[in-house]
Design a protein. Structure first.
Lengths: 401, 293
């Protein structure tokens, strides 16, 4: 290879560059592969199933029966009428009971879930156990409102006047908690999708490198085109497939989400999702080159286990790091490639990230990818044509070409 | 013409190929023989540029070979194999495209070659579904795509049945008729003797013999066999000859002094009937054994 004076451009009778031919072969041979299609379909079914389950959970309402003696019916009815304001999944049905004895019997026989009656100082809600939390919450809120209104009227004023300037929006607190939960779930999905794609496509890439090396077709290819074109084509082909698959999952996920009560969060998710695609792309390219090196170091498929161990460890670190890190550690990890590929999108989702932080993290990740491409290309090229057993990284690096 | 000059390759402390030089003339088949580990494959890989060269050079049509030159070469690696799980038509078209052919042109040529090798019906089959012989045929097609400027084939006949060998030979002859140099390695000496115009023998990384088959067989000390009417015991007393074998009326001699064989014939005719006097050329296998011993 010391005579590469002429470049390829003169001899190419063909308008297509070699890397593009390789890319196309990678993509075509993969998307016509049944196991790939079935795997993708299965994932889509899982996403749809999860969202369907969530939507069903949303729809589900709870019905509670509230027993009341005649002196408490008015208040019980007020609770039934206003319960949906406190908890939109709660429906309260009022059952009128003759007296305290009848009420206790009804409670014991499970005819009613709780019994409302006037107490020594206010109202008493009696239930068999503490399971009636939503009913208890609703009763407390409504009774308080009613009594406040009555007391206010008695004092010649109104509740609004009494409460003026004291409002603490409970809605806001609740919404924020839910938002954090959504961020948590979507963040998990991001980490999982990256891990899944990097591992599956990485393994596939590495074993296709071995396939070529083992069958020596790589020698035919090496005599025809520069090996960096082969590597570029393989990395690009697999990256394209991984990104397309990711987009399918994201579209299915986001469209599915629009059918659930979480659809109000969709606009807020679009920004983080766009960032995630960017981080995914850079992170995937960085790792793809390393997977190709893992493949080129092996001589037989059986060697892959050994040559890819450092990479599978790295994948696990990224997966668990992405899921478990928080606080300062998370902030630091969100800048360190390649872990930043999953941690930064998660931080963006959670909010509170300065505008420059994702840019810096993505820049660092892209720089890391450039380094792995550069180093990977050298190692791959040198190890690929070495036969007879596993090649160590040191051997590959120092091998003559 | 392809010229290999002082080619050298070391792996660590061992020298796999040690200053090997030979030529592969245009339109000729050059057989490359040698024991396992003699350096044939290493030499061929260096010629094809898939292995770095530690010393020496490869010349193509008189100047140092380039990547572009190599791209026009047909190459069949030692442990062959294409993609096991891809239809044969598709992967042959892919290989042809990598070598710079257009897609349509490649398809036509691949179809033609597949039909010629009796695989016209199986274009959509995955390689792994074919018999070993048929896989070998596909491999051959991969190496002659597109019409090559030179052919470098590592053990092209191994694993082929006699019919497949014949169709392979026919194909190779077609290329040599068009003036294409062909270098191929083989263990099968009888085949090499039948096919080759020239021969290069390698042993322990060194070239130990090279030339046309006739040149190699004529090289060395001439031997003659003499069959007489009567007892041949007197041959032992002839000057200038080494008697290798003597059995009743038959003697096998090696000429030590030029012209001694003429005196032997004269003496034999003087003594009685001469049934046979013939030059004995060693079989290729003998030359090979001697050269690699």
């Amino acid at each position: 290879m010391n005579t590469e004076k002429n470049t390829d451009r003169n001899a190419v009778r063909n308008t297509e560059p070699a890397w593009l031919l390789v890319t196309r072969r990678e993509v075509v041979s993969r998307i016509t592969d049944k196991s790939f299609l079935i795997g993708t379909l299965l994932m889509v079914v899982m996403i749809v199933g999860f969202l369907g389950f969530t939507a069903w959970q949303d729809e589900k309402t709870e019905t509670a029966t509230l027993g009341a003696t005649p002196d408490a019916v008015a208040m019980a009815t007020a609770i039934a009428d206003n319960a949906s304001q406190v908890d939109d999944r709660l429906e309260v049905e009022v059952v009128e009971l003759a007296d305290d004895t009848a009420a206790e019997t009804a409670l014991r026989d499970d005819e009613v879930d709780a019994w409302l009656h006037p107490g020594d100082d206010g109202w008493q809600l009696t239930s068999e156990s503490s399971e009636q939390e939503s009913l208890t919450d609703a009763a407390q809120v409504v009774v308080r409102q009613q009594v406040l209104a009555d007391n206010a009227a008695g004092a010649g004023t109104t509740v609004d006047a009494l409460e003026a300037g004291s409002s603490v929006s409970t809605n806001f607190l609740r919404g924020d908690a839910e938002k954090a939960a959504v961020a948590e779930v979507v963040g998990f999905a991001f980490v999982f999708l990256f891990y899944f794609a990097a591992l599956i496509f990485g393994m596939q890439l590495a074993s296709s490198v071995i396939e070529e090396k083992q069958s020596r077709i790589v020698e035919i290819i090496a005599a025809a085109i520069p090996l960096r074109h082969l590597l570029a084509g393989k990395v690009l082909g697999n990256t394209a497939l991984a990104v397309i698959q990711l987009l399918v999952y994201l579209v299915v996920g986001l469209v599915g989400m629009s059918f659930t009560s979480y659809k109000s969060y969709l606009p807020a998710l679009s920004g983080p999702t766009a960032w995630f695609i960017g981080f995914f792309l850079a992170g995937f390219v960085a790792l793809a080159c390393l997977w190709a090196v893992a493949g080129s170091l092996a001589s037989r498929t059986e060697d892959l286990q050994a040559t890819s161990t450092p990479l599978t460890m790295l994948m696990l670190v990224m997966f668990f790091g992405g899921l478990s890190l928080d606080g300062r550690a998370q902030v630091i990890a969100s800048f360190i490639p390649p872990v930043s590929a999953v941690v930064m999108p998660k931080r963006i989702l959670a909010g509170g990230v300065e505008w420059w932080e994702p840019l810096v993290a993505l820049g660092l990740l892209a720089a890391f990818a450039a380094v792995t491409v550069w180093v990977g290309e050298k190692l791959y090229r040198r190890a690929l044509l070495q036969t007879g057993g596993r090649v160590s990284l040191r051997q590959a690096w120092s091998a003559a070409e | 013409m392809l010229e290999i000059r002082e080619l050298t390759r070391r792996f660590g402390d061992t020298t796999a190929v040690d200053h090997v030089s030979f030529e592969v003339p245009a339109g000729q088949m050059t057989g490359f023989v040698g024991a396992n580990g003699a350096g044939k494959t290493t030499t061929m890989r260096m010629v094809m540029g898939v292995l770095g060269i530690n010393g020496g050079e490869v010349l193509w049509r008189g100047s140092p070979i380039t990547r572009l030159d190599r791209r026009t070469f047909g190459y069949m690696p030692e442990e062959r194999g294409l993609y096991p799980k891809q239809p044969i038509l598709d992967q042959l078209v892919y290989v042809a495209q990598l070598k710079g052919m257009g897609r349509v042109e490649a398809r036509t040529q691949v179809q033609e070659l597949l039909e010629r090798f009796g695989l016209g019906e199986r274009t959509k089959d995955h390689l792994e579904k074919l018999s070993l012989g048929n896989q070998q045929r596909v491999q051959i097609i991969a190496s002659v795509l597109p019409k090559p400027a030179a052919l470098v084939l590592d053990e092209p006949f191994s694993g082929l049945d006699p019919v497949a060998v014949d169709s392979m030979v026919d194909l190779l002859r077609e290329y040599t008729r068009d003036g294409i140099p062909v270098l191929f390695s083989s263990h099968q000496l009888d085949l090499v003797e039948r096919l080759c115009d020239r021969l290069v023998v390698l042993a322990n990384g060194r070239r130990v013999a090279a030339g046309t088959v006739a040149e190699l067989r004529d090289a060395g000390v001439p031997r003659f066999r003499l069959v007489l009417g009567g007892d041949a015991g007197w041959v032992r007393d002839q000057a200038g000859l080494d008697v290798l074998d003597l059995d009743g009326t038959t003697a096998l001699v090696e000429v030590a002094t030029d012209g001694a064989e003429q005196q032997l014939v004269a003496e034999a005719t003087r003594r009685g009937a001469v049934h046979e006097f013939v030059r004995v050329r060693p079989a290729l296998s003998e030359i090979y054994r001697e050269a690699t011993a």
